[in-house]
Design a protein around this ligand. Structure first.
Ligand code: OKP
Ligand code: ZN
Length: 349
């Protein structure tokens, strides 16, 4: 089953600042449109348009109320500003001041430039429909977890904007609400949960949210933060907080990582997950590990995504896939379909 929601398309910033350059915004609505098109062509897979929004309590189970209010109110303010000045092009507010000292925060947080109090970078601007889109995205993850609780063995939440960089009280890196974390919280009612994050970038937000949680194992394969975004987290020494020692596993990989190296690291990740014996798995699936994704350095082939799926399927536990990154538009479709083909294999065993 593939879950999607049309409101997600409404978030559509024009540009991003990339190391001093202005470039087209990479996290585009077409990403999930292509994924939906390719996934819908698979046998035994059917798309479901989700109508309902998740309850506020589900958001508050993962995020600080102040962060939620900030995103919602900023969206509203931008909407009002556009209504007052209709000649303005679609408007997105970008943070450009960051309170690196506490005394700055107390003033900045009350100003119209408060985004920098919550955003850790400039990659997640807020427009009039951003709140609607991020709630839609999170609603898919939440509903996906509900489907798993009801007995589904494989569910794909076609989330956009992505979520794994969003933490308890911060956002950034195209992410606003942590979709995978919201789903995880719901799945905890059925027992231990493991999160496997295969996006090219380290999921710093997911790691932070479950840092002290001994019911959740977080495992991530990603480009080494010594050379790649987000630079400040994802190192192998980060193994979990005092309340959850050993329950975070980071497997940073070098630039140019190929299929064989990747599969080796994946096997380590899967061994660790197997040992934890979770009742369900959340797969944060990013396709920016592809050789065809020109914004990144890994060299994975198209075919390896099916093999990745096959190896994960051997865990024989229910899986909720949550869509994360992937910036080669068509590859979001081709590779998510390959992954699902692999993940479905157990049904024939
Ligand atoms: C979001 B997700 C550095 C570019 C960094 C932001 C990356 C956000 C990735 N030249 N761009 O994890 O795919
Ligand atoms: Zn990524």
């Amino acid at each position: 089953m593939i879950l999607y929601k049309n409101d997600q398309r409404l978030h559509d910033p024009r540009f991003e600042f990339d190391n001093g350059q202005i470039i087209p915004y990479q996290e585009r609505p077409e990403r999930i449109e292509r994924a939906l098109a390719h996934l819908s062509c698979l046998d035994d897979v059917f798309p479901v348009q989700v109508q309902e929004s998740l309850p506020a309590a589900a958001l508050e189970s993962v995020h600080a109320k102040g962060l939620l209010r900030h995103i919602e109110l900023t969206s509203q303010e931008v909407g009002r500003q556009e209504d007052d000045q209709p000649e303005l092009a679609p408007l997105y507010r970008y943070p450009y001041l960051f309170p690196i000292r506490p005394e700055m925060n107390s003033h900045l947080s009350l100003s119209p430039q408060s985004q920098g109090c919550f955003a850790f970078d400039t990659y997640a601007p807020i427009g009039r429909n951003t709140w609607r889109a991020v709630v839609a995205s999170a609603s898919l993850a939440w509903r996906g977890a509900g489907c798993v609780l009801d007995g589904d063995r494989l569910v794909y939440a076609l989330c956009r904007p992505p979520g794994h960089h969003a933490g308890y009280d911060y956002y950034g890196g195209y992410c606003y609400l942590n979709n995978a974390a919201i789903a995880t919280h719901r799945l905890k009612s059925r027992g231990l949960v493991a999160i496997l994050d295969l996006d090219y970038h380290h999921g710093n937000g997911t790691q932070q949210i479950f840092w002290q949680d001994d019911q959740v194992l977080t495992v991530s394969l990603h480009a080494h933060p010594a050379f790649e975004y987000p630079f400040f987290s994802g190192f192998s020494q980060e193994t979990g907080g005092e309340q959850a020692p050993g329950l975070n596993l980071n497997l940073p990989l070098s630039a140019g990582c190929d299929d064989a190296t990747y599969l080796q690291a994946l096997d380590l990740a899967l061994e660790r997950i197997h040992r934890f014996a979770p009742a369900s798995l959340i797969l944060s699936a990013g396709y920016d590990t592809s050789a065809r994704d020109l914004s990144t350095s890994f060299l994975l082939s198209n075919a390896v995504y099916e093999e990745i799926g096959r190896r994960i399927a051997r865990l024989q536990i229910p899986i909720l896939v949550v869509h994360e990154g992937g910036y080669a538009i068509e590859e979001n479709g081709i590779l998510s379909a390959n992954l699902i083909r692999g993940l479905s294999i157990r049904e024939y065993e």
